[in-house]
Ligand binder design. Structure first.
Ligand code: HEC
Ligand code: HEC
Ligand code: HEC
Ligand code: HEC
Ligand code: HEC
Length: 399
């Protein structure tokens, strides 16, 4: 009796099952067919890109290094890009795997099937955090580590798709000019324009760079993502090839470093923000504009922000007063993700900020900076010395 009572006291109902469920393999072909059928039932940004399993005749494998042997300048630029670090990125590594939604992340950060260790074949009760997964025997860990590698954008159905170069040496691989590829923004928007709500979950998908670009003036002017982010310069597209206008594969964004010594990619254009400051009567007037970004400034990840700091100094150089303004979105994540405010700068939008000058001040320093995450979030993810921001402008005004 006593034993029974104790047992009863210790009994807990088993917790409701959560998280992914791994199913036994039904054989490679069957698993592939099942994951393809599942993908076909999901929106585009929840699917892998292409098949990612086929090889290209004439090439031993699809690794970026293989391409780099003949396309060294493009390889070097790519290797400095955040695309090349979309898997290894420390913040990404800290975030991924905390929820059963990991399979969603892979479709943009390592979007080829060969880059994905586990393939989704279904969802338990339609729950995106409870995928049914099968192990991919064709998984290539080295290719996964390359993140958004060359093959993600350039390999379709066993061919290399590209802008359609003519008159050069015969490539060792079949090439095809792809009209969808050439409609430059479509390729970028596959990952940079994705909006989805997941009711009852603590996450959303909110990448609106494509629609921000479309709402601004650059779309009508015929200036797309590639024109600003892959500026062209003269050089061969492949070793021994003729001089061409080759697109820079660095995709520099705000220029916040991620990997010491590699990041950010070389400057191919100035930052998006333009800032000036001048004393006008009793006030210091700071004028700032989204001068060069073809979308909101900042765009993309909702946590990003741009900050302008003003520090007034006295004749001895000591700080008299300081003020700052934050340009970005504010979200709350609990009980459900919700945008609270948004004061970002639309393309070409200009504002001015007038500050009263303290009596003792003889001058001011105005700094602008771009930020990726708050110290608080970095600490939460144990990111240590991971760089969080970059100073883009420093102006000194005296009177
Ligand atoms: C053995 C050398 C070699 C290797 C390896 C190689 N390429 Fe090429 N590739 C070339 C040559 C040569 C050209 C033609 C260059 C020209 O016409 O200026 C070319 C052309 C291209 C083009 C332009 C196609 C077009 O007509 O629009 C793309 C894109 C491309 N390669 C991507 C890749 C990718 C991605 C890889 C790796 C998966 C790769 N290449 C591997 C030699 C190579
Ligand atoms: C397969 C998905 C995918 C495609 C296609 C893609 N991107 Fe990205 N892009 C990403 C991801 C993911 C990141 C962020 C990686 C990280 O921070 O770890 C990113 C980052 C960037 C950045 C920010 C760099 C920085 O330093 O903050 C720029 C700029 C960019 N992409 C431009 C482009 C352009 C232009 C195209 C089209 C030619 C494109 N992307 C195509 C997924 C993609
Ligand atoms: C008129 C030029 C222009 C066009 C067109 C443009 N961009 Fe940008 N983009 C910029 C500049 C400049 C920045 C850097 C902003 C800054 O300094 O913070 C940037 C930043 C970014 C970032 C990084 C966000 C960050 O905070 O670092 C991403 C991602 C991006 N662009 C993607 C795209 C995509 C995708 C398209 C097409 C839909 C596009 N851009 C079109 C100029 C452009
Ligand atoms: C995020 C997508 C993306 C990735 C990743 C990518 N490229 Fe490209 N690539 C493009 C775009 C876009 C163009 C320019 C198309 C155009 O001219 O309109 C291009 C052009 C090229 C060309 C033709 C020359 C030129 O500049 O027009 C070659 C060759 C090439 N890429 C090779 C590579 C190699 C090698 C890698 C990996 C080291 C790579 N690409 C990674 C999107 C990508
Ligand atoms: C629809 C495509 C897409 C999906 C799905 C996706 N990402 Fe991203 N991710 C991006 C793009 C695009 C960027 C770059 C945005 C920018 O730089 O403005 C990015 C950037 C990031 C960054 C870097 C942020 C920064 O400020 O540098 C992290 C971390 C990240 N993603 C984590 C995740 C995780 C975790 C998941 C899954 C829960 C996920 N992503 C799913 C497209 C995607």
């Amino acid at each position: 009796m006593i034993v029974l009572t104790l047992l009863t006291a210790c009994y807990r109902a088993p917790p409701a099952p959560t998280g992914p469920v791994e199913l036994p393999s039904a054989g490679f072909e069957q698993d592939l067919a099942a994951t393809q059928a599942f993908a076909a039932s999901r929106p585009e940004y929840e699917r892998p890109l292409g098949d990612g399993l086929s090889t290209v005749p004439g090439l031993p494998d699809l690794s970026a290094r293989t391409c780099g042997a003949c396309h060294p300048a493009i390889y070097e630029a790519w290797a400095s890009s955040t695309h090349a670090h979309a898997w290894t990125d420390r913040q990404y590594q800290a975030e991924i795997g905390k929820s059963g939604n990991r399979w969603l992340c892979l479709n943009c950060h390592t979007p080829l099937r060969a880059q994905q260790d586990l393939w989704p074949v279904g969802l338990v009760d339609g729950d995106v955090e409870r995928p049914e997964l099968v192990r991919n025997v064709a998984f290539d860990a080295a290719l996964r580590d390359e993140g958004i590698t060359c093959a993600v954008c350039h390999v379709r159905d066993g061919r290399i798709v590209g802008p359609g170069l003519v008159g050069g040496p015969a490539p060792p691989h079949p090439v095809q000019a792809d009209p969808t590829f050439l409609a430059e923004t479509a390729m970028c928007e596959r990952c940079h324009q994705a909006v989805a709500e997941y009711p009852g979950k603590g996450f959303v998908c909110t990448f609106r760079t494509g629609e921000e670009w479309r709402a601004g003036p650059y779309d009508d002017e015929g200036v797309g993502c590639v024109d600003c982010h892959m500026t062209r310069s003269a050089g061969p597209a492949a070793v021994g090839g003729p001089e061409r206008a080759v697109a820079h594969h660095g995709w520099r964004g705000a220029g916040i470093p991620k990997v010491a010594g590699v990041q950010p990619p070389v400057e191919t254009r100035p930052p998006g923000l333009d800032v000036t400051a001048a004393r006008e009567g009793d006030a210091l007037v700071v004028r700032y504009q989204n001068a060069l970004a073809g979308h909101m400034l900042p765009t993309g990840d909702p946590e990003r922000w741009v900050q302008i700091d003003v520090v007034f100094v006295d004749a001895g150089g000591a700080t008299v007063a300081s003020e700052s303004t934050r340009i970005g979105q504010v979200w709350t994540w609990w009980p459900a993700p919700e945008k609270q405010s948004d004061n970002r700068l639309a393309p070409r939008e200009a504002r001015s900020w007038s500050l009263g000058v303290p009596a003792e001040a003889v001058g001011a320093t105005v700094t602008a900076s771009s930020h990726r995450i708050t110290q608080e979030t970095a600490d939460y993810h144990h990111l240590g010395d991971y760089p969080r921001s970059v100073v883009t402008h420093t102006l000194t005004v005296g009177w």
